[in-house]
Write a protein that binds this ligand. Structure first.
Ligand code: FES
Length: 174
């Protein structure tokens, strides 16, 4: 607050300095005027910036790898029976994933990070489902598609290749 506690906007005015002026001490002749057009422009630009930031955040895994992912051996095929699963990390040590042999004998792999709020999903072989314990989200084993609970997006799928008994992760499909 200024020493004399007087508003500086209007000469001769006796009003005290308003509280918000103390917090935002920018002085501008027309700062009381914000037109509807300016507000709409501000909201539109703000929305565009947020959308752009979200797009960049979603693209970071791809950008980090330049769109190319390493080929990494993650398991041996004979170690995973039908209904079995194994955890691994791909494409980096920061990215937990799960490899599952479904009931039909096909191998599938997903990011273990739930698409709701990022808890780790677990395989429930007896229910043939991927389950997120945080808010009871469920995903199909065959496609990683959400079937119940708050998640609305499928789990990112890890692309696999098999060479003899060796199973390799070769990419991520978001
Ligand atoms: S974090 Fe998985 S359901 Fe909420």
């Amino acid at each position: 607050m200024q020493n004399d506690d007087k508003c500086k906007d209007c000469p001769g005015c006796d009003k005290k300095e308003t509280r918000w002026r103390e917090d935002f001490p920018v002085q501008w002749d027309k700062d009381e005027y914000v037109t509807r057009r300016e507000m709409v422009k501000f909201l539109s630009l703000g929305s565009l910036l947020i959308a752009g930031a979200n797009f960049i955040a979603a693209s970071v895994p791809h950008l980090q790898h330049g769109g190319r992912f390493p080929k990494l051996k993650i398991a041996s095929a004979d170690q995973i029976p039908a209904g079995g699963s194994q955890l691994f990390r791909y494409p980096t040590d920061e990215d937990p994933c799960i490899l599952i042999r479904d009931r039909a004998g096909e191998l599938v792999a997903y990011s273990q990070v739930c698409t709701h709020l990022s808890c780790a999903v677990i395989h429930r072989a007896e229910e043939n489902t991927l389950f997120c314990p945080c808010h009871h989200g469920y995903f199909t084993v065959e496609e990683g598609r959400p079937t119940a609970g708050p998640p609305t997006r499928p789990l990112p799928r890890i692309k696999l290749e098999q060479n003899g008994n060796d199973i390799f992760a070769v990419g991520v499909e978001v």
